[in-house]
Design a protein around this ligand. Structure first.
Ligand code: NAD
Ligand code: ZN
Length: 363
C-alpha cells in the first residue's frame, strides 16, 4: 500500500512524499534513475540495529558503495561535534555533487543529516526516510535542517528541501509508546489549527486499541503531512502562515528549557503548551472546549510539579524565544476551532494566569 503527496513550493524545487507500509519497491524504483554508484546513509543507531536489512537490501541493489554513518541516539547528537564527524566521514569517503544522502531516523537524524547534505559541497541530494511518528508528520517536511548551539536549540541551520520523503510505517513497528505520544502532540496540533476530525480519528485509534499500530495510523499520518505541506508550500521561509505551526510552541519551549531539554519531551511540552494556548484564547473571548485536548491527558503521564520558576519568571523566559520580535511575545491562539491567529501579547497578566492554570492542570 502506498500513497503520494506532491509538494509544490512557490520558491523552491518540488518533491514527493511517499506513504505506506513497506516502501522498498517504491524506493528501489525511485533510486533507479540516480547516476551515482555511491550513496551515504546517515542513520539513527537504534534504527541501524533493528532495521538495517530493511533499508540496506533496497539501497544496495542500486548503489555499489553504500557508506553508513551511525548517529548516536538522542538530542545531543545535534551537536557541532557529531556534525563535524559526519562531514569528515562524507568528505573522506569521496562525496561528489551527485552523491545522494539518505537520512534514516527521527527528527534528530533528519535535522543533522539534512544539515550535512545542505552544507557539504554547498548541497547534495537529500532523501528523508523518517522513522518516528514525529518525523513523519512534522520534521521531515518543510526543509528545516540544523543543529543545536549552547545558547539554544536549533540555532544553527538552513532551509534545505529534500528530493523525496519516504514515510514507511514498517519502521514504526519498533517505536516505543512514549515516542508515539511524543509525535501525537503534533498530530493533535493539526487537529486544533486545521482539521478537527483528526481528534476524532485519534480517539477511534485508541478505542480500537490501535494506538501503536503504524498501518492503522497511515491515513492520519498522511492527512497530517498534507496539512503541514500545504502550510509550508504557501510560506517556505516562514514569514506568515507557517507561524500557525507554532501553536502551543512558545509555551512548550519554556517547559523544555525548564526541564533542561531532558526531563520533558518536545511532545509533552507541546501538549501542555497547547492547553495553555487554549486557555489564553478563551480568556481573550474564544469558546474552545478544553476537553478537545484534555481527553488525551492520561496518555501523557505528565507532571510539571518540578517546574520551580514562578509564572512571572516563565513569562521572562518567553521573551527570549527565538521567534520573539522586539521583546514582544507573539502567540498563536485560536479565534475558534481551526482558526488560528497571531496575537502579540500586551497583557502580561494574562500570560501569568495562563501559566498558573497550566501548572495546576499538570500537578
Ligand atoms: P529522535 O530523532 O531523537 O527519535 C526519538 C527516539 O526514537 C530516539 O531514541 C531514536 O533512537 C528512536 N527511534 C527512531 N526511530 C525509531 C523506530 N523506528 N523504532 C524505535 N525507536 C526509534 O526524536 P524525534 O522526536 O523524532 O525528533 C525530535 C527532533 O526533531 C528535535 O531535535 C526537534 O528539534 C526536531 N524537529 C525538527 C523539525 C523540523 O522542521 N526540522 C520539526 C519538529 C522537530
Ligand atoms: Zn513541534
Amino acid at each position: 500500500m502506498s500513497d503520494l503527496i506532491s509538494v509544490q513550493t512557490s520558491t523552491e524545487k518540488n518533491y514527493q512524499l511517499h506513504f505506506g507500509h513497506d516502501l522498498s519497491d517504491q524506493l528501489e524504483f525511485y533510486i533507479h534513475s540516480f547516476s551515482s554508484k555511491k550513496a551515504f546513509v546517515l542513520v539513527d543507531a537504534f534504527v541501524l540495529e533493528h532495521h538495517r536489512l530493511h533499508f540496506e537490501s533496497a539501497l544496495s541493489k542500486k548503489f555499489e558503495e553504500l557508506h553508513i554513518f551511525e548517529i548516536p541516539r538522542g538530542e545531543q547528537a545535534k551537536s557541532f561535534n557529531i556534525y563535524q564527524k559526519a562531514l569528515n566521514f562524507v568528505l573522506e569517503k569521496g562525496v561528489e555533487r551527485e552523491t545522494p544522502l539518505f537520512a534514516i531516523g527521527g527528527g534528530v537524524t533528519g535535522d543533522l543529516a539534512g544539515f550535512v547534505a545542505a552544507t557539504v559541497l554547498r548541497g547534495i541530494p537529500l532523501i528523508h526516510i523518517p522513522t518516528t511518528l514525529l518525523a513523519m508528520v512534522d520534521s521531515s517536511i518543510g526543509g528545516k535542517t540544523g543543529i543545536n548551539h549552547e545558547v539554544g536549540k536549533n540555532l544553527v541551520g538552513s532551509f534545505y528541501q529534500p528530493e523525496a520523503v519516504f514515510a514507511d510505517v514498517k519502521y514504526l513497528e519498533t517505536l516505543p509508546h512514549k515516542e508515539w505520544v511524543n509525535g501525537l502532540s503534533e498530530v493533535l496540533k493539526y487537529g486544533m489549527i486545521h482539521s478537527p476530525e483528526i481528534l476524532e480519528q485519534v480517539n477511534s485509534l485508541l478505542e480500537n486499541d490501535e494506538f501503536n499500530n503504524g498501518k492503522a495510523w497511515l491515513p492520519l499520518i498522511q492527512k497530517s503531512a498534507q496539512i503541514k505541506t500545504d502550510i509550508v508550500a504557501e510560506d517556505v521561509l516562514e514569514s506568515g502562515k507557517r507561524a500557525y505551526l507554532n501553536f502551543g510552541h512558545t509555551f512548550a519551549h519554556v517547559i523544555e528549557k525548564e526541564g533542561n531539554y531532558s526531563k520533558y519531551s518536545h511532545g509533552e511540552a507541546v501538549y501542555a503548551g497547547m492547553i495553555a494556548a487554549v486557555y489564553a484564547s478563551n480568556e481573550l473571548g474564544a469558546e474552545i472546549d478544553p476537553s478537545n485536548l484534555l481527553q488525551f491527558k492520561s496518555l501523557y503521564e505528565l507532571s510539571l510539579n518540578e517546574i520551580t520558576s514562578s509564572p512571572e519568571e516563565l513569562v521572562e523566559f518567553m521573551k527570549t524565544d527565538k521567534k520573539v520580535k522586539d521583546e514582544q511575545i507573539q502567540l498563536i491562539l485560536l479565534q475558534e476551532p481551526s482558526f488560528p491567529y497571531v496575537h502579540k501579547i500586551t497583557e502580561i497578566e494574562l500570560i501569568n494566569q495562563t501559566w498558573q492554570h497550566t501548572l495546576k492542570i499538570f500537578q
